[in-house]
Design a protein around this ligand. Structure first.
Ligand SMILES: NC(=O)c1ccc[n+]([C@@H]2O[C@H](COP(=O)([O-])OP(=O)(O)OC[C@H]3O[C@@H](n4cnc5c(N)ncnc54)[C@H](OP(=O)(O)O)[C@@H]3O)[C@@H](O)[C@H]2O)c1
Length: 259
């Protein structure tokens, strides 16, 4: 698809991959709107990228999504691309009994329900545009779960399945449905896993996003940069092997814990 002269909403655009999308899509001549929960971070980004438009909005709150929709579509009636990027990844020890039933679901609300709600809310508007797209940012962990982040892994697998279903449903419409299955990327999201992975395995967010943008321009509906393609292939050829290998990374991290 053409990636100039669009009006693009990026959820979670104040950091990491979302921020890189904002920078590169602005450079290509698009109107860019970014969201986040933290007003101070949004104000900082506005100083850095004065052309970007900022809105404080939490994707894990359906009422906030309705509010965002009203404000954004009044101000930007040509909005035609939605990038569901906002996400959180926790190092969640399921044996930690202080985690409440309510709290254990937090990543589901942000990473899975959030994009599903965003699509549902913005779909009627996107259908009215000449060309439109939804880009869901999932993860290579959609193929193999990582036991340090079991709920996160489930959300990315779930969003992968939803995205495939959505693409089939929207096939005969003006809306193209893309998925970026990101590999390990050097952003603040991974700070709590420092030491669990070799930093050499990490992709830089500017490189990841430039690969993603090339993929979008070529209508590549599933974009698997770097190690993501490897993880997909190994999960098909040797699923038990890769599950065990990923499990070993988590077990190494737990080795010093008192259970
Ligand atoms: N980094 C990786 O290794 C990696 C790998 C695969 C996939 N991904 C995916 O890539 C996406 C971006 O992650 P990242 O690595 O760029 O992380 P990041 O640097 O931590 O950025 C996350 C962004 O999401 C926003 N956000 C978090 N919760 C939100 C909510 N409830 N509502 C609105 N905005 C929210 C954050 O801003 P506020 O805190 O201000 O809300 C921030 O702008 C995520 O979906 C992540 O799962 C990342």
């Amino acid at each position: 698809m053409e990636l100039t002269n669009n009006t693009i909403l990026i959820t979670g655009g104040t950091s990491g991959i979302g921020l890189q999308f904002a920078i590169q899509l602005l450079n290509l001549g698009n109107t860019v709107i970014i969201t986040g929960r933290n007003q101070a971070k949004l104000d900082e980004i506005k100083k850095r990228l004065p052309q970007a438009h900022i809105f404080k909005s939490d994707v894990s709150d359906p009422l906030a999504i309705i509010e965002l929709f009203k404000k954004v579509t009044i101000q930007f009636p040509t909005l035609n691309i939605l990038i569901n990027n906002a996400g959180e990844m926790r190092n969640l020890n399921l044996l930690d009994t202080s985690i409440t039933v309510e709290d254990v679901n937090r990543e589901i609300a942000i990473n899975l329900s959030g994009p599903v709600w965003m699509v549902q809310q913005f779909l009627p508007h996107l259908l009215k545009q000449k060309t439109a797209a939804v880009v869901n940012v999932t993860s290579a962990l959609a193929y193999v779960p990582f036991a340090l982040s079991p709920v996160y892994s489930a959300t990315k697998s779930g969003l992968h399945a939803y995205t495939q279903g959505l693409r089939i449903r929207l096939k005969k419409t003006n809306i193209k449905v893309f998925e970026l299955l990101a590999p390990l990327t050097n952003t603040p999201l991974g700070d709590k896993f420092a030491g669990d992975f070799d930093s050499k395995m990490m992709m830089e967010p500017d490189k990841l996003v430039s690969i993603a943008i090339k993929g979008l321009m070529k209508d590549k509906f599933e974009i698997l940069p770097g190690m993501a393609i490897m993880l997909k292939l190994i999960s098909r050829i040797a699923p038990k092997f890769i599950l065990k290998q990923m499990g070993k990374v988590a077990e190494k991290s737990w080795a010093h814990e008192k259970l």
